[in-house]
Design a protein around this ligand. Structure first.
Ligand SMILES: [Zn+2]
Length: 156
């Protein structure tokens, strides 16, 4: 899905949809993540009249716990503001040089700007690295029936 990102921002357009992680090659290369992400893109001008895209994503993804290898669900919810720049110098200086540029993230002006690629970048940034259950029972969980405690329970 492609948009003219400057026009989209200036005219305050809105776009939303869903994205299935199973269809995202770059996500699948990272790990066996599944789930559906809802996204919403909103165009606007910021206080300095710069074209701006606000991207919101939310959804529940399933990943494998790196401790017990059982599936676990992770809630993802984020909103980020992306400023559109007309050349790379402006983009670089706003992101890396100016201290108070007020810019969180930036992209270049493009007539055929790839929205799904942007959403995918955002999702990849939010994916947990080596996720684990908060209170993981570990692999021993599966052997619980054999533990002396359960045998003891049966006797009592
Ligand atoms: Zn676990």
């Amino acid at each position: 899905m492609y948009i003219d990102n400057v026009k989209f921002a200036k005219t305050g357009q809105e776009l939303s949809g869903t994205l299935d992680l199973a269809n995202l090659e770059r996500v699948q290369e990272l790990d066996n993540y599944s789930g559906v992400i809802e996204y919403k893109l909103l165009g606007s001008l910021d206080t300095l009249n710069r074209p701006t895209l606000t991207l919101s994503v939310c959804g529940i993804i399933t990943a494998l716990c790196q401790n017990c290898l059982q599936p676990m669900e992770i809630q993802i919810e984020n909103s980020s503001r992306i400023t559109v720049f007309f050349n790379e110098d402006q983009l670089d200086s706003a992101l890396f040089t100016e201290q108070d540029s007020g810019v969180e993230d930036g992209v270049l002006a493009e007539e055929e700007f790839d929205v799904l690629n942007l959403v995918e970048d955002e999702v990849i940034m939010l994916l947990p690295y080596a996720s684990k259950h908060d209170e993981c029972m570990g692999l021993s969980y599966h052997d619980e029936a054999e533990s002396p405690f359960s045998v003891l329970k049966q006797i009592i």
